[in-house]
Design a protein around this ligand. Structure first.
Ligand SMILES: *[C@@H]1O[C@H](CO)[C@@H](O)[C@H](O)[C@H]1NC(C)=O
Ligand SMILES: *[C@@H]1O[C@H](CO)[C@@H](O)[C@H](O)[C@H]1NC(C)=O
Ligand SMILES: *[C@@H]1O[C@H](CO)[C@@H](O)[C@H](O)[C@H]1NC(C)=O
Length: 265
């Protein structure tokens, strides 16, 4: 075995003992969320985001202050789908056990396939290929589809890849069969995509959402910076706003990992 490979295995073993490396020398942290603003992406059915300035300036008491209000759909920019989004009995955003917001990151690179076919759906074969190289998808994993779509954000035409002739979208997602496999054969907490939806663009019945939500698994959509984190070995924290009864909500996603386990690509 190569010395580099054994170093990786050693740090992978140490990694398993920790809940994120922050504070340890060599630990890197990556912000995996897009910002929230009027250019934030959302499905056309969703209302617009508004930020309103309420007060800004020197007050009568002689001190400076500023504050705003914002009006936003749940499903905009980098956000989490709660199980209740597509399953009547599924957890609402505030009901998700907080342990599920943290877990080992699994990044599945489908960039080459997505470049050839924007309607590509991540399949069981892609999950098996990842496992051959990195081992079994760990318990509590957060499994990301990395298509390279984040560089198209926030250009709506490029991100949704709309076909003007039929107004249909063309971007990658998880195949429902791959989602079922993850539900039945593995024990994961969440999936995530750098595209607008866990279902691919042309979907009209949102089967992946249905399978995911019925199993009380969460979905992160419009994730950023997957190219900066390793295929295996990152620790992910994805914290949504605590919206009572929410079907989803804005989420700050953060990865920590050791520098020597940096992205192999
Ligand atoms: C699934 O993984 C979680 C940790 O994320 C663990 O607590 C639980 O026991 C596992 N369930 C099974 C059936 O192995
Ligand atoms: C979005 O991308 C398209 C295609 O590259 C380009 O024509 C358009 O100007 C871009 N829109 C914005 C707002 O940048
Ligand atoms: C939240 O959901 C519960 C259960 O469905 C319901 O009783 C309650 O009225 C809801 N609260 C709000 C603020 O919508």
């Amino acid at each position: 075995m190569l010395p580099g490979a054994s170093l990786l295995l050693l740090s992978a073993a140490l990694w398993g003992l920790s809940e994120g490396c922050w504070g340890t020398p060599g630990c890197r942290v990556v912000d995996m969320s897009h910002s929230l603003d009027t250019r934030s992406q959302k499905f056309p059915i969703m209302p617009d985001f508004h930020l309103t300035l309420l007060t800004r300036g020197i007050q009568d008491g002689g001190y400076w202050t500023e504050y705003y209000k914002f009006d936003t759909p749940e499903h905009i920019s980098t956000h989490m789908d709660a199980p209740s989004h597509f399953a009547q009995e599924g957890w609402k955003l505030n009901e998700i056990p907080i342990e599920r917001f943290m877990g080992p990151g699994v990044v599945i690179d489908i960039r080459a396939k997505a470049a050839r076919n924007p309607d590509y759906r991540l399949g069981i074969v892609d999950l098996r290929t990842w496992e051959k190289r990195y081992g079994k998808i760990p318990d509590g994993a957060i499994v990301f589809l990395w298509s390279g779509w984040d560089v198209r954000y926030p250009n709506t035409t490029l991100f949704f890849n709309t076909n003007p002739s039929d107004a249909s979208f063309h971007f990658p997602g998880f195949h429902p069969a791959a989602m079922s496999w993850l539900v039945n054969k593995r024990n994961i907490s969440m999936i995530g995509v750098d595209t607008p939806s866990v279902d691919y663009g042309p979907s009209t019945t949102f089967e992946t959402h249905q399978v995911m939500c019925k199993a009380n698994i969460m979905g992160l959509e419009m994730v950023n910076n997957l190219g900066l984190i390793p295929a295996s070995g990152a620790h992910i924290t994805a914290l949504p706003i605590k919206l009572l009864n929410g079907s989803g909500g804005l989420t700050r996603v953060v990865a920590t990992f050791f520098q020597e386990k940096n992205c192999a690509y």
